[in-house]
Design a protein around this ligand. Structure first.
Ligand code: SAH
Length: 394
């Protein structure tokens, strides 16, 4: 017999996670001005603080010399709290691939990966701690969802990368972040408003945001169809990636469980509609799994499914060699099978690329981010946050 009167308090007593501290990057420019006024400051200080954070990449109040000395710490403390503390960094590819494990204010862990190429720098960022989508071949999917990240927490990953590049910490000379891919931990479209806020902060021109080109920002999704339509309507020409992994529902139901809610047809149609509205070519992600989804007939079927929406260049396929994850039964495709898969797609006129496996040896490649700290590495690697002093006389 169930007794609801005893169930209810249990629900309400469940520990509630405190929200991440409010950060400048959570707020639109208008909201920042309101926040300044609420702090007893003139609204124009919002722009000054934004310039420090987004243009100069600083959050150290001592360097904010255009703010009254007596107010610097208080304003930085109120709007630029430290959201991410580095726990561990790992490097590969001659230090041009850097994976960072971050701890957030409540102890939740996430990872981001910086990848420097000759012509660009890509930051792969997380949007959730964990992930609720449960794709069985993905390490993140195995641990379930812990919580959504705030826009500020998402943006901070990019700002941290930008700082490392601007200070010469990454081999190859001073540099800038040119691309951001929401392909770290989490399902971005399941944390829609924070992800959209982060996209705006990344693409708004300085000093309101980091001023990245929207074309350099890619949002990847398992196929949350209503959110894909919503994103198309936002009028920000970010690139959309759809993690398809199978052209048929029978297999995709297994590989991407949300397929039982929105199937292959619906997901591909939403991707096509995104391309039609934004005129941005959509990317179809397809992790190649030996004997699972890499058969020649599936390449043909995939090409037919995509081509059924027209051949005006709305789509390209990005094959990802499966990266190993702990305990996974699946292995990467044989090179010969992969080549044949590519050949068949291209023969049917579908542009196809094979993604590199950067970061694989540091578990930093696609689907390998699991945010498990080494037992001896869980102490913060950075100095504690500055203390915030009260404004004298306030
Ligand atoms: N949840 C979003 C964002 C994560 S992106 C999404 O699924 O699109 C991470 C990409 O890597 C996705 O395309 C995902 O399917 C793929 N991936 C996951 N595990 C992988 C693995 N073990 N090897 C290769 N790619 C993998």
């Amino acid at each position: 017999m169930s007794d609801t009167t005893t169930d209810l308090p249990l629900i309400f007593d469940a520990p509630r996670r405190a929200k991440p501290p409010r950060h400048l990057a959570d707020l639109s420019p208008a909201e920042r001005r309101k926040a300044m006024v609420a702090l007893g400051e003139p609204a124009f200080r919002a722009r000054q603080l934004s310039a420090h954070y987004f243009s100069r990449l600083i959050d150290d109040p001592a360097r904010m010399t255009d703010l009254p000395a007596a107010d610097r710490e208080r304003l930085a403390g109120a709007l630029l709290p430290r959201l991410l503390t580095p726990v561990r960094t790992q490097q590969a590819d001659g230090c041009t691939t850097v994976k960072t494990l971050w701890r957030m204010h409540d102890g939740a862990l996430v990872e981001s990966v910086l990848m420097r190429y000759p012509d660009r720098v890509t930051m792969c960022v997380s949007s959730q701690a964990g992930c609720g989508m449960a794709c069985p071949f993905c390490a993140t999917g195995q641990g379930g969802l812990q919580r959504n990240m705030s826009a500020g927490e998402i943006v901070e990953q990019v700002v941290a990368g930008a700082r490392a590049l601007a200070s010469g910490d990454v081999p190859g000379g001073l540099g800038r972040v040119s691309n951001v891919v929401f392909m770290g931990m989490g399902e971005p479209l399941a944390n829609y408003s924070a992800v959209l806020g982060a996209v705006r902060r990344l693409t708004d021109p300085a000093p309101d945001g980091l001023g990245l080109s929207a074309r350099g920002v890619t949002v990847s999704t398992v196929g949350l169809v209503p959110r894909m339509h919503q994103l198309a309507d936002e009028n920000i020409p970010v690139t959309l990636a759809l993690s398809l992994h199978a052209p048929d529902d029978e297999l995709r139901d297994e590989l991407v469980p949300v397929n039982t809610r929105w199937n292959v047809r619906e997901a591909v149609e939403a991707a096509w509609a995104y391309a039609a509205l934004t005129r941005r070519r959509v990317s179809i992600e397809y992790a190649m799994m030996h004997g699972v989804n890499d058969q020649a007939w599936r390449a043909d079927l995939l090409a037919d499914v995509l081509r059924s929406y027209g051949d005006w260049g709305w789509v390209h396929v990005n094959l990802i060699p499966l990266n190993p994850t702990p305990g996974s039964a699946w292995t990467a495709s044989d090179p010969a099978d992969e080549r044949e898969f590519v050949r068949r797609l291209q023969a049917k006129g579908v542009p196809t690329t094979v993604r590199d496996t950067r970061g694989q040896d540091i578990d930093g490649a696609c689907g390998q981010l699991a945010a498990a700290p080494e037992p001896d590495a869980i102490e913060p690697a950075a100095p504690e946050r500055r203390t915030v002093r009260e404004r004298p006389g306030a």
